[in-house]
Every structure is written in structure tokens, then in C-alpha cells.
Design a protein around this ligand. Structure first.
Ligand code: ATP
Ligand code: MG
Ligand code: FE
Length: 341
């Protein structure tokens, strides 16, 4: 089965084609980051309009790049949520109407399930069961994964997500939106010994996270300094990044011990961070667990992961009714397994 995937949950417009036999055939992402940068964050109305503008041209381009006639499609998968309601509706409306016109099934996909399954597009893919750390702009979760749709939430952030903390601290440091990658670059020039930030919630049991305090810590560090120069910006970026990464490391170690898992999947935008990957490589060495990531470009939002998750479920016979809907707030553990064939 050949599946078209559509992603419009936030500020990336994505289209991809995944084929059950041949694998990923083509994918395209248009990032709206420049449209939002001058507002310092995503403006929902601009996001919806940009998706409307970009989605159809991107669809044509992706179908062409994958040498796929529309009639060769066996199903359409789109991100149903969680995300911005107006942005989600653009993708859902196109997906549902295209599927209707072609007489093929459509299926709404959970955006975080798509992130979670993204490493399965790589070689070798992780086998079930595994432990997953999802670190993105809106979520930080540790999930015990028994199979597709079999998710047990072990811990999550009680306030800001890891990526959100990167973005907010980047803003305090005068960096442009989205701040994660820029902060990683700035931190390279930082002195690791000048400041030490706390590792929130690591000195008590449990697998939950809290990152909003690091924002306040950053602010106080900058206020306490005599000058706001390049060195203090870099040193602060370094201290912040080390604190987030060390916290993620400690919680993954704890979760691996607690579950006895031998495989750890790390996905979502923050999993693109090289320092995080270096630190977790130490965990792989000491724990014996193997770690799986998406390729860098599939860490942040894309439609390849949506097409893949859609293929898994559509080829098992799952599909939506002719109506369509989006779900702006949608807890991952509410998902169910696809029907047995
Ligand atoms: P969600 O998936 O939770 O709905 P989202 O789709 O906005 O949120 P993603 O696209 O998965 O999130 O990831 C974007 C986030 O990843 C942003 O917060 C961005 O700053 C962060 N990010 C991207 N690259 C890096 C990096 N190299 N280091 C740290 N953070 C990064
Ligand atoms: Mg984005
Ligand atoms: Fe995302």
C-alpha cells in the first residue's frame, strides 16, 4: 500500500509518500519559521494561512518527486492532533477530501505517535518493546512502548517542554525563534565551569520533569552579571543546555533501570541536539541499552513520520469515517492498537 502523509500541526507544512514495499519515496517540508521569527514565536493565524498557501504546491511537488499518480495512492494519513486547531484543519480538510475524491481511506494520526515511530524509518529500526523519550516543542515524555498503539506514560513535564524551555531561554539570550538550534551553537563557546544550573526533580523518585525553573534561573543569572556580553550569553547557554541534557540523561537512566528495557528510542525536535546524543551515548555504554534516533531532519516536524505511522495503521485496515475532525489536545495513552489482521 502506498500512503500519502500530511503534516500541518504547527509551523511546518509537510507532505510525504511512503510505500509498504519500497519504503519512503519522497518527502518535502516547508518551514514557516521566517514568517513567525519577528513575533518571537508561532502566530496561529499566520500558521493556518501559510499552510493554505503551501500545501497544494507541496503536494504536487512530492507526488512528482515520488513518481506517484494520485490513483496509485492507497490511503491518506494526516496529523489529527495535538497541535494548533486552525493549522490542523488545513491538513485534515485536504486529506479527507482528497481521499474521498480518490475513493480511498483516510486516517487521522497522533502527532506524538508519529514522532515516536520516526526512528523506524532508519536502519536498523528498533524492535518492540522499547522505552521512548519524546522531547519536542510541546512535549517531554517517557513512554513504555509495547507495540503500535500500546503506550504507557511513565513520566512527563509538569510545566514547560524541553524544546519550549530551549526556545524561551534562547529568547532571553537574544536569539531568534526557533531558539533550540541557535542555543546549541552559542553554547559551544560557553565555559562549562562558570555557572552550574540545577537538575530539576532528579533528587527525588519519579520520572516526571519540570523545566520552567531553568528559565527563571537563566534570568537571575543574566541579571546578576555586571555586563550582558557575548561571553556571559555563551556561558549561560552552556549551563542551561548542560542542565537540560543532564536531567534527560538521569531520567532515562532511571527509566531503563526501572523497566529493564534494552532499547531506548529518542525522538522529537530536541533529539537533534548533538550534545544530547553524545551524553546519551555514555548511557548506552554504561547501561548496555541501544539507542535509536530519527535522522536529524526527521527529529523536527515532517510528513515522513506521518505517512509511515499512517501506513502501519491503514494497512491494518484502520480508517476514519467520511467526516473529519481534529483534536487539539490529545493524550498519547488514549491510543489503541490497530485491528489484528
Ligand atoms: P510537538 O511535537 O510537541 O507538538 P513541535 O512539533 O513544535 O512540538 P518539534 O517540531 O518536534 O516540536 O521540535 C521543535 C522543537 O525542537 C523546538 O522547541 C526547537 O527549539 C527544538 N530543537 C530543534 N533542534 C534543536 C537542537 N539542536 N537543540 C535543542 N532543541 C532543538
Ligand atoms: Mg516547528
Ligand atoms: Fe512535533
Amino acid at each position: 500500500m502506498r500512503v500519502l502523509g500530511i503534516e500541518t500541526s504547527c509551523d511546518e507544512t509537510g507532505v510525504a509518500v511512503y510505500d509498504g514495499q519500497a519504503g519512503l519515496l519522497a518527502h518535502r517540508v516547508y518551514s514557516q519559521a521566517d514568517s513567525h521569527a519577528r513575533y518571537g514565536g508561532v502566530v496561529p493565524e499566520i500558521a493556518s494561512r501559510d499552510h493554505i498557501r503551501k500545501l497544494l504546491p507541496l503536494l504536487d511537488e512530492t507526488l512528482q518527486a515520488s513518481a506517484t499518480e494520485r490513483l496509485a495512492l492507497g490511503g491518506v494519513a494526516y496529523t489529527r492532533g495535538p497541535g494548533l486547531a486552525g493549522a490542523l484543519l488545513v491538513g485534515a480538510a485536504l486529506a479527507r477530501s482528497l481521499a474521498y475524491a480518490l475513493g480511498i481511506p483516510a486516517l487521522g494520526i497522533h502527532h506524538m505517535e508519529a514522532h515516536l515511530l520516526a526512528p523506524m524509518l532508519e536502519e536498523p529500526p528498533p524492535r518492540f518493546p522499547f522505552l521512548a523519550l519524546l522531547v519536542s516543542g510541546g512535549h517531554t515524555m517517557l513512554v513504555q512502548v509495547a507495540g503500535v498503539g500500546r503506550y504507557r506514560l511513565l513520566g512527563e513535564s509538569l510545566d514547560d517542554a524541553a524544546g519550549e524551555a530551549f526556545d524561551k531561554v534562547a529568547k532571553l539570550l537574544g536569539l531568534d525563534y526557533p531558539g533550540g538550534p541557535a542555543l546549541e551553537q552559542l553554547a559551544k563557546q560557553g565555559d562549562p565551569d562558570r555557572f552550574r544550573f540545577p537538575r530539576p526533580m532528579t533528587n527525588r523518585p519519579g520520572l516526571d520533569f519540570s523545566f520552567s525553573g531553568l528559565k527563571t534561573y537563566t534570568l537571575n543569572t543574566l541579571r546578576g552579571a555586571a555586563e550582558f556580553d557575548d561571553q556571559i550569553r555563551a556561558d549561560t547557554a552552556r549551563a542551561f543546555q548542560d542542565a537540560v541534557i543532564d536531567t534527560l540523561y538521569l531520567k532515562c537512566r532511571r527509566a531503563l533501570r526501572q523497566t529493564g528495557a534494552k532499547r531506548l528510542v529518542v525522538a522529537g525536535g530536541v533529539s537533534a541536539n548533538r550534545k544530547l546524543r553524545e551524553r546519551l551515548a555514555q548511557l548506552a555504554r554504561t547501561s548496555g541499552a541501544r539507542i535509536y534516533y530519527p535522522r536529524i531532519e526527521f527529529c523536527t516536524d515532517n510528513a515522513a513520520m506521518v505517512a509511515y505511522a499512517g501506513w502501519l495503521r491503514l494497512s491494518a485496515g484502520e480508517h476514519d469515517s467520511l467526516a473529519f475532525d481534529v483534536t487539539a489536545r490529545w493524550p498519547l495513552p488514549e491510543l489503541r492498537e490497530p485491528p489484528a489482521r
